[in-house]
Design a protein around this ligand. Sequence first.
Ligand SMILES: Cc1ncc(COP(=O)(O)O)c(C=O)c1O
Length: 343
Amino acid sequence: MPTISSLDAIARTPLAHTPTPIEQLHNLSRYLGCGPLYVKRDDCTGLAMGGNKARQLEYYFGDALQQKADTILITGAVQSNFARMAAAGAAKLGLACHIQLEERVDDAGAEYHRSGNVLLDRILGAVMHAYPKGEDEAGADAKLRVIADELREAGKTPYIIPLAPGHPPLGALGYVRAAAEILDQLADTGNDLDEIVVASGSGNTHAGLLFGLRSLGSAIVVIGACVRREQALQQKRIRDRCQEIAALLQTNSPVTPHDIRLTDNTLAPGYGRMNESTFEAIDLCARHEGLLLDPVYTGKSMAACLKRVREAGSKDQSTLFIHTGGTPGLFGYCDQLQLPRPA
Ligand SMILES: Cc1ncc(COP(=O)(O)O)c(C=O)c1O
């Protein structure tokens, strides 16, 4: 695997099943009449049903264990995959886990609050807390610090996985490594890629991947599909993240402003809320490829990917979609997912 030498100096606890496969979506590209479409199966990373956060958690748990923490604290949306996977990682490593669930989605059904990731959080033994003001990242982190203080008073050693910007983006390093894995796989198969499409939320996956590819000399275009906030805000976030990764790795960022490419054309009506193009992406991938996408992240980012390949209208363009997981979210959204089927 190609390497970025300073990455090896940073503490990491292996948790993810890697390398994840890259599969070709023959049926879907035939249906769309487009060039080769591939999927990187990061929904198969293990850690209680998989997802991109397994690679990110390897670095947070590496740091937590170095600090001799015994309790992990994390905050996220009610159907947070990050929180569910943190609970799984904590259980595997013999740590306690406190999860704070934020009300970011106004019109969710009853299953949203009890099935999917919420059910798994409970099964994994996490201690659950509620945070009513969903879009207040700094406030959610501040509340975690209050819980951490209480744990400290009770003799525990807590470790917070932060949500708001302003902390070293340790999780992004997981996708700096993933970039090397992808380039290795391309070299093995002889496949060329023009473009990668990936969900862009906190930005750790998008920024890490872009940083890793450019550091290793690859010019593959990376399109971040906005799933949390609009393009202009996300642009700044990815730029800052790349600078922060460079600082962590004690190097200069190889990412130029031109490299940071985003689309928010499948985001509306907002985070965690369904739209027609997301329904279509979930439906097409399931029926043509037996591939499950989730309503919050991969449904929206695949919808953005479909839009790009349709607009490109070229059989020569090859595209890799990063499947970042989130499958348990399907069960949290089952009321909204009664898909219309063709007769
Ligand atoms: C399934 C899934 N995909 C994509 C993302 C977005 O990744 P990031 O926060 O690194 O931008 C998340 C974030 O929670 C996620 O759970």
